[in-house]
Design a binder for this molecule. Structure first.
Ligand code: HEM
Length: 137
């Protein structure tokens, strides 16, 4: 069995499910109707875990390349911008999800909606950047 392909495939499995979590959970928190506080709290944990998985598995792609080729993938231009954007989204999404978990009870419903909207935007932006990273690499 080709161990390198297996490592990439398993990392991609984690990365794909992480992507689902960071996009779907914020969507479900707001749509088709505002989820209640208990549900939102569970969704916030899911989003937090999702952003962590994205960061770790994203770094995993780089680590596998380094382990097999002694170098990180050689990317330029739009691919670099897309990767940096994904990393910025992951860092911001992680912090925002933490804030939701710590401060949710202290904020008004409209503000909470806005924060969930921001989380959705970060997830959608990272998912869009993923396509550019893939095809400009
Ligand atoms: C620290 C954050 C992240 C890093 C370092 C990272 C890194 C990577 C790398 C190196 C790849 C492989 C690119 C290729 O096939 O050429 C990849 C693929 C992918 N990433 Fe990320 N990523 C991060 C966050 C995210 C996030 C937040 C999402 C979605 C919300 C995401 C979605 C995807 C998807 C869907 C692919 C597969 C693209 C394809 O092959 O069509 N990534 N990522």
């Amino acid at each position: 069995m080709d161990l390198q392909s297996l490592a990439y495939a398993l990392t991609q499995v984690a990365h794909n499910f992480g992507a689902v979590a960071v996009v779907a959970a914020p969507l479900f928190a707001r749509w088709p109707r505002r989820a209640d506080e208990t549900v939102r709290r569970r969704l916030a944990w899911l989003v937090l875990a999702g952003w962590m998985v994205q960061g770790v598995s994203g770094a995993g792609f780089g680590a596998i390349s380094y382990a097999y080729y002694g170098a990180f993938p050689d990317i330029h231009g739009i691919a670099v911008v897309a990767l940096l954007l994904k990393m910025a989204c992951a860092a911001s999404g992680f912090v925002l999800a933490l804030l939701v978990l710590r401060r949710a009870r202290a904020v008004s419903a409209p503000r909470a909606d806005a924060v969930w909207g921001a989380l959705l935007l970060l997830g959608a932006t990272a998912l869009t950047a993923a396509a550019f990273l893939r095809w400009y690499s």
